[in-house]
Design a protein around this ligand. Structure first.
Ligand code: ASP
Length: 425
């Protein structure tokens, strides 16, 4: 049992938290001891190793996925089912969040604690109209059509995905099936996956270092009023419960309805990538583990998983969309801003767009959050409030983001393959 990677990760995570509580000292944050510096070095090195392969992996696995599909017709089918699944699940997540907040808003038993800090010029004057939407779209398009080399170096995931798509489709359309380029791309992909396998072996060490640091930093708090802290806590609990409901009830239900796979068995099969997502707070960094799980445990065809997962790691973020929508409603209340129906709809739309554009990195949705806040006239400084509680919440939403992608491989396989591959229950 100790040889099982999931068990090793669990033991590493638990011992990190216990060790941080027993031997850690918050003074280390100011004056790090050699031991703490060593932990930080391991953490940084492990995250760098995961990050090192993100760009080439997304790029080559998408090109090779498209090349493997081999025909534009099949690609269109796979693409449309995948996008339809992404949009549908993100939509469900946001609607779940908004409906729940409509009925459950515990923070409203306290007054809008930040109302006084709202100055006329920085809010309400912002028009939630088309200007901001066009500006966002323009920004997305500029990212999408950036120089591919620039995108690869700077980890511009939207750019990497777009160029991989264009190059992959052009390869299929213009080269004969016997072109050596197809083999080359496949080989590069295999080599990258091999290196990733080695990095995955080091997960227990990396997770120990990450969680030790995390546990040490937790507990260092700011000075806020008791009412405000209670409101923050209420928001955190609600958003976590909603995120988990989406991940552990809604998504498995979708998988069960479309593939017949039992929810309990499904969650068990996803344990490894979910733990990694939880500890790294990065869908992109979890991608290698997700790829392995989809192929080996979920038995999804590689042509499906290598298309759905890299694309999902950047486009499909149910947890992020839900978080952004609920956070916007919560912040609007704190600042005493009345949200009209149009504004709530704008929150919905912006949460959707920004979750599609957010890269799968820790705290990535904070940049997208600006779009949501600006659109409804909430001051941008509100982001600082979210940052206080951001880290623990990111763990859960990243987990659900990854869950959405993995369940997506099953659903997409079910609806794109003429004879669905039997799934083991
Ligand atoms: N950390 C999230 C992810 O990687 C993105 C976010 O919501 O900040 O999926």
């Amino acid at each position: 049992m100790l040889k099982n990677l999931t068990v090793q990760i669990l033991i590493a995570g638990l011992s990190a938290v216990i060790a941080a509580k027993l031997i850690g000292d918050s003074s280390w944050l100011e004056e790090p001891t050699t031991f703490y510096e060593l932990i930080l070095m391991l953490k940084v090195a492990f995250l760098a190793a995961l990050k090192m392969l993100i760009a080439p992996m997304i790029f080559f696995s998408l090109i090779s996925a498209i090349a493997n599909i081999g025909s534009v017709l099949k690609l269109r089918r796979l693409g449309s089912v995948t996008i339809a699944y992404y949009l549908m699940t993100t939509l469900i997540a946001i609607v779940l969040g908004l409906i729940a907040v409509f009925f459950i808003h515990p923070w409203e038993s306290y007054p809008p604690t930040l109302e006084q800090s709202l100055t006329f010029s920085e809010s309400r004057m912002i028009d939630p109209g088309s200007d901001s939407l066009i500006a966002i779209l323009q920004q997305l398009l500029l990212m999408a059509f950036a120089n591919p080399f620039h995108s690869l170096v700077n980890l511009n995931i939207v750019g990497i995905v777009t160029s991989a798509f264009l190059l992959g489709i052009a390869m299929v359309v213009s080269l004969g099936a016997d072109s050596p380029l197809f083999g080359l791309v496949r080989d590069v992909n295999t080599i990258i996956l091999k290196v990733l396998g080695w990095i995955i072996r080091c997960l227990p060490i990396g997770i120990f270092a990450i969680l030790f640091d995390f546990a040490l930093k937790l507990g260092v708090s700011d000075t806020f009023s008791a009412d405000f802290l209670t409101q923050l806590l209420q928001f955190s609990i609600l958003v976590t419960l909603l995120t988990l409901t989406h991940g552990f009830v809604v998504l498995p239900l979708i998988a069960w309805l479309s593939t017949g796979r039992s929810p309990v068995n499904l969650i068990q099969s996803l344990a490894q990538p979910l733990l990694v997502a939880f500890s790294t707070s990065s869908s992109a960094a979890t991608l290698p583990v997700s790829m392995k799980t989809a192929e080996e445990t979920l038995e999804v065809d590689r042509s499906v998983s290598s298309f759905v997962l890299p694309l999902g790691a950047t486009m499909n973020m149910d947890g992020t969309a839900l978080f952004e929508a609920v956070a916007a409603i919560f912040l609007a209340y704190l600042y005493g801003i009345e949200l009209s129906t149009l504004m709530i709809f704008t929150v919905f739309l912006m949460a959707m767009i920004s979750s599609i554009g957010a890269p799968g990195m820790p705290t990535a949705s904070m940049s997208g959050m600006q779009i949501v806040l600006l659109a409804v006239g909430i001051p941008l400084e509100a982001i600082a409030i979210l940052l206080v509680i951001e880290r623990p919440l990111d763990t859960f939403r990243t987990m659900v983001n990854v869950q959405g992608d993995l369940i997506g491989t099953l659903v997409v396989q079910r609806f794109t393959q003429d004879r669905a591959t039997p799934t083991s229950n």
